[in-house]
Every structure is written in C-alpha cells, then in structure tokens.
Design a protein around this ligand. Structure first.
Ligand SMILES: Cc1cc2nc3c(=O)[nH]c(=O)nc-3n(C[C@H](O)[C@H](O)[C@H](O)COP(=O)(O)O)c2cc1C
Length: 179
C-alpha cells in the first residue's frame, strides 16, 4: 500500500483505538433536499478497505437523509499534526443481526441511552420535560461508509502536501494535487 494511504489508515485506526485522539470525532455531511447537512459523529471502527463505522439512532434525521441519498463526505482534522483527511463515499446500513448484537453488547450501559429515547431525536419538548427512555425498544443502527476517494492534506513547509486517492477496480490510485 502507498505510504500515505498507509498513514491515512494508521491515523483513522488511532482515531478509535487511542484515547483522546482528534480523529475520534468527524464531521459527517449528508444531503437533504439538495442542501448540505453536517453533524459530528464518533468513529467506532475502520473496517476492511477504508470502510468507516459509526452508530446512530434509526429515527434520526441523518438516517432518512441517507435512505434518500447515500452519498456522504466525512472530514477529520488533527490540529497537532495539521493533517486533514476527507473521505467521500457511500453508506450502507449493517443488517447482520449477529454483528449488530456484538456492537450493541459492547456499548456501555449508560451510553445506550442515546438510542432508547421514547421520543425520536430532534423532537420538540418543553423546558422542564424529563427525557423518557424505553430500554425495551432500542433504535440502534450501525452505519458503514465505504470510501470512494480519500483526500490527504498535510500542511507543512516549504509546501503543503495534497494527495487524492481514488478507488478504481478495487485498487487505489494516487494523484498529487496543488495544495
Ligand atoms: C462530540 C459529539 C459526538 C457525537 N457523536 C454522535 C454519534 O456517534 N452518533 C450520532 O448519531 N450522533 C452523534 N452526535 C450528535 C450529532 O452531532 C447530531 O446532533 C445528532 O446525531 C442529530 O443529527 P441529525 O439530526 O443530523 O440526524 C455527536 C455530537 C457530538 C457533539
């Protein structure tokens, strides 16, 4: 594998494997009615061949947006290294019950609250309303982003390094770009 693609892989793995690594969180862009929508999500894992994994609530707005249009962009930034990685790709929902169960079982009890609110995420509530939970009916979903292109940008002197990796016939080809 190309040395810089290897670097991308190592940084993404560090994102979920190393405590407090800046790649633990990424900005995820979706499209809704031709408008961009952004939010932060947690990188849970890097699956084989640059497939990113994150978790969400099945009822969240992003899921319906992804069902309409599965093209996404994911942005990572490491301020210490001045390194930005942008992954563009398409989304698939994990459907294998066994795999879903193993992910769910690994989520700490108190973090499962994120997927068991009685009302769907984004519902309007009153200021003094308590959030209610329904542990019996989790709306947990695992989302995979299969990378099509990966753009690597390393800010450095004397000149920045910008590389575009594109997937072609299951091979990655690299193109240098003007930074
Ligand atoms: C640090 C941080 C991490 C987050 N991680 C996730 C996550 O892993 N999954 C998720 O669905 N929402 C996560 N959120 C909340 C989302 O950013 C977003 O507010 C929520 O999912 C609703 O988004 P939507 O209405 O676009 O679906 C996180 C927010 C922050 C600030």
């Amino acid at each position: 594998m190309n040395e810089y693609l290897q670097k991308c892989e190592a940084e993404l793995v560090n994102g979920y494997a190393k405590k407090r690594h800046p790649f633990r969180y990424f900005s995820l862009a979706t499209i809704a009615d031709d408008k961009p929508r952004l939010r932060t999500v947690v990188l849970r894992k890097l699956l084989s061949d640059f497939t990113l994994l994150f978790y969400t609530d099945l009822r969240s707005a992003k899921v319906s947006q992804l069902q309409e249009n599965n093209q996404v962009s994911a942005l990572f930034y490491n301020p210490k290294k001045l390194l930005q990685i942008r992954v563009d790709g398409e989304v698939f929902f994990e459907t294998d019950e066994k795999i879903l169960k193993s992910y769910w079982n690994n989520i700490p009890e108190n973090s499962r609250k994120d997927y068991i609110t009685k009302l769907k995420p984004g519902s309007s509530i009153n200021e003094d309303d308590e959030i209610e939970y329904d542990a019996e009916n989790p709306n947990f979903v695992a989302v995979k982003i299969k990378a099509h292109t990966i753009e690597y940008l390393q800010l450095q002197r004397p000149s920045h390094l910008r590389l575009l990796f594109s997937r072609a016939d299951d091979q990655w080809k690299m193109q240098n770009l003007v930074p």
